[in-house]
Design a protein around this ligand. Sequence first.
Ligand code: IPD
Ligand code: CA
Ligand code: CA
Length: 273
Amino acid sequence: MTDDERLQHALEIAREAGEMIRKARHERNFSQSYKAGEELVTDIDVAVDRHIRDRLDATFPGEARLSEELSPDRSELAAEGALWVVDPIDGTVNFAHGLAHVAVSIAWLEDGVLRVGVVHAPFLGETFTAIHGEGAWCNARPIRASRRKELSHSLVATGFPYRRDSRPPLMRRLAAVLEQCQDVRRNGSAALDLCDVACGRLDAYYESVSLWDFAAGWLIAREAGARVGHLYPCPEGIPEALYGENLLATSPGIHAELGDLLRRADAGELNGP
Ligand code: IPD
Ligand code: CA
Ligand code: CA
């Protein structure tokens, strides 16, 4: 099957998932609980994950799948072969609070290389797609990342982990970005942050997240001409496309400068908290 055919299947499945999410909100028909004490999850996250699993299994039997709610364990996955990576709802807190930044994220990798990505935002009416080497689109129109060159005029998005005790070290980065850049956004969906970088609404995004949060958006940003990478070298043996720590996606012209700023903030070399 070609990448384009895979994309069409993933797109159809993501739209079905989006309909489930819209319906659940419209009917106010979902329950909430907390994973590991602090991480909000709803029964719709699980139901959507199940639907996507069933549809992928029926269409691509035997292909491996990693998904946030049903199969989050990466340790058993080989880097070779086909792999679907699914976040049934990226932006669960937004979903539960009635906010619009909510997305279904589906990526397909072959031998550790991102080949197909779909990020579908049912409340925004936007569907972002990309195919390795062929480009990125929003609602089927080609998109392009920002060409901004000045850090001082750059709008930068980030996010924070659910674990509150992991947040304080990130305050130094935040202070540095607020000091040096136009402003900061925390929109609550890593997948959509990356898509907003892809279409030039945001000039940069940095965060440490899980594979299902960034896989599809990463390909979309890269294919749209954003520069994507990591603040620090990735551990040996892990393909870059599978490593979610210290991600940085930006307009090409600010990548080096913003990377330096964030690393200096980590090292405590700047004024701030
Ligand atoms: C979260 C969102 C958020 C990011 C968190 C993620 P979820 O995903 O992408 O923007 O800051 O780190 O966990 O839990 O809504 O799927
Ligand atoms: Ca997520
Ligand atoms: Ca999720």
